[in-house]
Design a protein around this ligand. Structure first.
Ligand code: URA
Length: 204
């Protein structure tokens, strides 16, 4: 809906939503995870970023993108001239999914059912924040944003009209860049990521 709303009502609704999400049992990932990692940022942000799911450090901190992927993300945003403090940052899946290996907790990708279960929260976040632009970081986020599986290669670089009126963008996940073994390739892919973030920033 495009009805005007009072900012204080949106803030109250967001806080209630976040509280509800803290007790979420819509899928089984809440069991082993430390806590729900909900989205954060201005509730009237014109720009929303959607990641995949919290990682090890995010699970412990209770905040999205504060670990290694978050550091790369912050650096890329700075290079692109996009102010993270103006963006609402969230994840497709709000609990950390992992496999224990000794004392390490290794990231596991969420499956379609987990993304679908958690999409309920993302939709509420989008409905409250009403961003003009939504950027999906990686395939899980793109699936959550679009409601169907897509490939990054076929969808990146051009705006996708979303049903709620926002403009959707798809790009790579920062963890993908961290994992690229070849330095030259990594630099190239990183530059492309920054260029896409800059393109998005210019539409704000
Ligand atoms: N990767 C994500 O997709 N989200 C986070 O919050 C951290 C790492």
């Amino acid at each position: 809906s495009v009805a005007p709303r009072r900012p204080e009502d949106v803030a109250t609704a967001w806080a209630a939503l976040r509280d509800d999400a803290m007790g979420c049992t819509r899928c089984s990932l809440h069991g082993p995870a430390t806590q729900t990692v909900f989205g954060e940022g201005p509730i009237d942000a014109p720009l929303m970023f959607v990641g995949e799911q919290p990682g090890d450090q995010e699970d412990l901190a209770g905040q999205p993108f504060v670990g290694p992927a978050g550091q790369l993300f912050d650096a890329a945003l700075a290079q692109a001239g996009v102010d993270r403090s103006r963006a609402y940052v969230t994840n497709a899946v709000k609990h950390f999914k992992f496999e224990r290996q000794g004392k390490r907790r290794l990231h596991q990708s969420p499956d379609a059912g987990e993304i679908q279960a958690c999409r309920w929260w993302l939709k509420q976040e989008i409905a409250l924040v009403r961003p003009r632009l939504i950027v999906a970081l990686g395939a899980s986020a793109a699936r959550a944003m679009l409601g169907k599986a897509v490939t990054i290669g076929a969808t990146r670089g051009t705006p996708i009209p979303l049903s709620d009126g926002a403009e959707g963008w798809v790009t790579v996940h920062p963890s993908y860049l961290l994992r690229l073994p070849d330095a030259a390739r990594r630099a190239e892919e990183q530059a492309r990521f920054v260029a896409e973030l800059r393109m998005v920033g210019e539409r704000l």
